[in-house]
Write a protein that binds this ligand. Structure first.
Ligand code: FES
Length: 260
């Protein structure tokens, strides 16, 4: 959960007079597709917010209005969700979002140093880039938003960072600086695991559930290495030693169902 100032809360919950035409017929059609996935329209809010981010690069007041209108919610209800989850950005994002894990395991292995070095490298002299600040013009090619992140569930590869939620494992301050320099040059270095790197808006559209329709393009958008040796080490150890889980008794009685 992220901290929200009173002014920002007021801005988000006050129905804006903003122009919603940016959410044209194609985006409305996508919104309808998202809503159709759920028995209740309000359940569609999370992917709807990713859709808004794919269109505008962050959750704008117009995006809040759009979600509220499509889902029959109040702007306060939408804003409560936007301000709770850190994946929803309330400031314009760069072409790439770089998330450095600074949780305990990664921090001890060098994550804090990586975050500090990137902030200094991407910032100005004596003014390092801070959390959710952007180097370059947001949305423009080569622009980078930096954030520190809680545990990214990859402690066995720490210290890790993500670019647009794709993993770059076993990082050092030097490798992280090389990575962001490559991003600024317009390159897309291959993640250690996961799908090929795209950009923040494309990945936001994917999080909303929209991928290329062409089968080959879809496959190349999602293909990538998943588990690595570190993840599989326990399973490998068990296989080498012939360890197996005890078989389930065939006629094991079901636990009693409690009724009131
Ligand atoms: S502490 Fe960094 S991935 Fe878990």
């Amino acid at each position: 959960m992220s901290a929200v100032s009173r002014e920002e809360t007021e801005r988000l919950v006050t129905p804006s007079t903003s122009d919603m035409t940016v959410f044209g017929p194609d985006i409305v059609a996508k919104a309808r597709q998202i809503i159709a996935r759920y028995p209740e329209s309000r359940s569609a809010l999370l992917p709807m917010l990713h859709l808004v981010q794919a269109v505008e690069g962050y959750v704008t007041p117009a995006g809040v209005d759009f979600c509220a209108e499509q889902l029959h919610l109040t702007t306060a209800e939408v804003s409560a969700v936007v301000t709770f989850y850190t994946m929803y950005k309330r400031k314009p994002c760069g072409e790439h979002l770089v998330s450095v894990c600074t949780n305990t395991m990664c921090a001890m292995l060098g994550g804090d140093e990586i975050y500090k070095r990137l902030g200094e490298h991407l910032g100005e002299p004596r003014k390092p880039l801070g959390h959710e600040e952007t180097a370059g013009t947001p949305g423009e090619p080569g622009s980078i938003t930096l954030e520190h992140a809680e545990c990214l569930a990859a402690c066995d590869f720490g210290p890790v960072l993500q670019v647009n939620y794709e993993f770059y494992d076993n990082q050092t301050p030097e490798s992280a600086v090389e990575l962001v320099d490559a991003l600024r040059r317009g390159e897309k270095p291959a993640p250690t695991r996961g799908a090929p790197l795209t950009d923040w808006r494309t990945v936001s559209m994917e999080l909303a559930g929209f991928y290329p329709e062409d089968a080959d393009e879809f496959q190349s958008a999602v293909d990538g290495p998943s588990a690595a040796a570190e993840t599989l080490r326990g399973a490998q150890l068990a296989a080498d030693r012939g360890w197996t889980a005890p078989a389930m008794p065939e006629d094991a009685p079901l636990p009693p169902v409690e009724t009131r």
